[in-house]
Design a binder for this molecule. Structure first.
Ligand SMILES: Cc1cc2nc3c(=O)[nH]c(=O)nc-3n(C[C@H](O)[C@H](O)[C@H](O)COP(=O)(O)OP(=O)(O)OC[C@H]3O[C@@H](n4cnc5c(N)ncnc54)[C@H](O)[C@@H]3O)c2cc1C
Length: 382
């Protein structure tokens, strides 16, 4: 791809070889678990792939955003459930600059070593797309905050040791009342319950309840009222990474389908000889390539310090759509063999679908793109 430097290409090759060697065996079985395998987390940590920071101030091996994208792509091609862990590690490092020294020193080494699993919690039962409408409260009490409310649909919610979460410190201030906190999920007053999902099963998506949970002021991330803008800034990267992980599932499916259609015959010919098959492969390959270019363009813009909310939102709606559509068509190319748990493609289709929802839906992404193009006066109000 024209965007990548030789160094980035070599890095991608190293991650690809690591993923194939460490995760090929047992990947299909692990995709059915209700948690991310501890062995997978330990291997990622050992390889340094949980230290996804860009600033030399907070990591001994800073990466550019393009390489963080390549980690997501190459690992997700083989071990998709790992995306829950590596995605949050980007978030942890992305927020490091706003953490207190105490929190940073406690959290960064432990999470990079795979010894502390973190989730990110914003969605609530009464608001998802309208992220600023949360009602979870954080009330200052001396050197602590007391947090009460409910977060729902949280990836990694069951397995996590702690959450980075939003709460309102000023209920009347809308987005400007949102503040970020680090909350250990072992604290008294925390409850959890799990959803039974159709895909991305190891995410163990959960509801988390907070009943007067006390956290020290040092666990506030950034200032009071700064949470919403900080979350949006990290979303501008995480949305691209979600798009990339969806593409990874489709890329693996395309590579496998290309081989299958050469070997399966019908009406005296390999399936690949029929335009009904080969044109579909050509169309999906084109769309996946286009989606991949938007994703890496957004990351390159971030590396260059350019605004890229529009490109990130484009990546977030377009890449999962291309991936789900491609996997769907390729599943059908296997005929009856695609409609079976024996074939990993059915799991990939269900996993890719999750990427359409987590971190924001297509409609919300199109609102962002439209607002960026039309401006506040004529664009959608959000
Ligand atoms: C697999 C998965 C993982 C997730 N992980 C996390 C997580 O780790 N942390 C977290 O905080 N959340 C997480 N979520 C929640 C996710 O961010 C929300 O589901 C998402 O933002 C949509 O919110 P909602 O489900 O409340 O839908 P709603 O906001 O109720 O929207 C319902 C539908 O209406 C559409 N809609 C809403 N507003 C508009 C509008 N103005 N114009 C047009 N259409 C509109 C939406 O696009 C959607 O199709 C996850 C969700 C899933 C499914």
């Amino acid at each position: 791809m024209i965007f990548f430097t030789e160094e980035q290409r070599q890095y991608a090759k190293w991650v690809r070889e690591f993923a194939v060697q460490e995760f090929s065996e047992g990947a299909k079985e692990r995709a059915k678990l209700d948690h991310v395998s501890p062995e997978v987390i330990a291997k990622l940590a050992k390889a340094g792939l949980l230290e996804l920071g860009t600033s030399p101030k907070y990591t001994s091996r800073p990466l550019d955003f393009m390489r963080i994208g390549l980690v997501h792509e190459e690992i997700s091609k083989v071990e998709f459930p790992a995306m829950i862990v590596i995605l949050i590690q980007y978030l942890v490092y992305g927020m490091a600059e706003w953490m207190s020294d105490e929190l940073r020193e406690d959290l960064l080494p432990a999470s990079a070593a795979g010894k502390r699993f973190i989730c990110f919690a914003n969605t609530e039962p009464d608001c998802g797309s309208d992220a600023a409408a949360i009602t979870t409260r954080a009330v200052r009490d001396g050197d602590s905050y007391i947090i009460s409310g409910e977060k729902t649909s949280i990836s990694g919610g069951m397995q996590s040791d702690a959450a980075i979460m939003t709460a309102k410190t000023d209920a009347k201030a809308g987005a400007k009342g949102v503040t970020l906190f680090y909350v250990p999920l072992t604290a008294p007053g925390v409850g959890r319950s799990m959803f039974h999902d159709m895909g991305n099963l190891p995410a163990g998506r959960a509801s988390l309840t907070f009943d007067d949970v006390r956290v020290p002021v040092a666990f506030r991330i950034g200032g009071e009222g700064e949470g919403f803008s900080k979350v949006m800034r990290t979303f501008d990267v995480s949305r691209v990474l979600v798009g990339i992980t969806a593409l990874a599932l489709a890329e693996t499916s395309l590579a496998e389908a290309l081989e299958y259609v050469k070997t399966r015959t019908a009406f005296g010919n390999p399936l690949s000889r029929f335009e009904g098959i080969s044109f579909k492969l050509a169309e999906h390959a084109t769309l996946l390539e286009a989606a991949r270019m938007i994703c890496y363009k957004a990351l390159k813009m971030r590396d260059e310090g350019l605004p890229h909310s529009k490109e990130a939102a484009m990546a977030k709606w377009f890449a999962p759509k291309c991936a789900v559509d491609a996997i769907h068509d390729m599943l059908l190319m296997y005929g009856r063999l695609g409609y079976s748990e024996e074939n990993p493609i059915e799991q990939r289709w269900r996993d890719a679908l999750s990427c359409k929802l987590g971190d924001g839906t297509a409609e919300v992404m199109k609102m962002i793109v439209a607002r960026e193009m039309l401006g506040g006066k004529y664009g959608p109000s959000m």
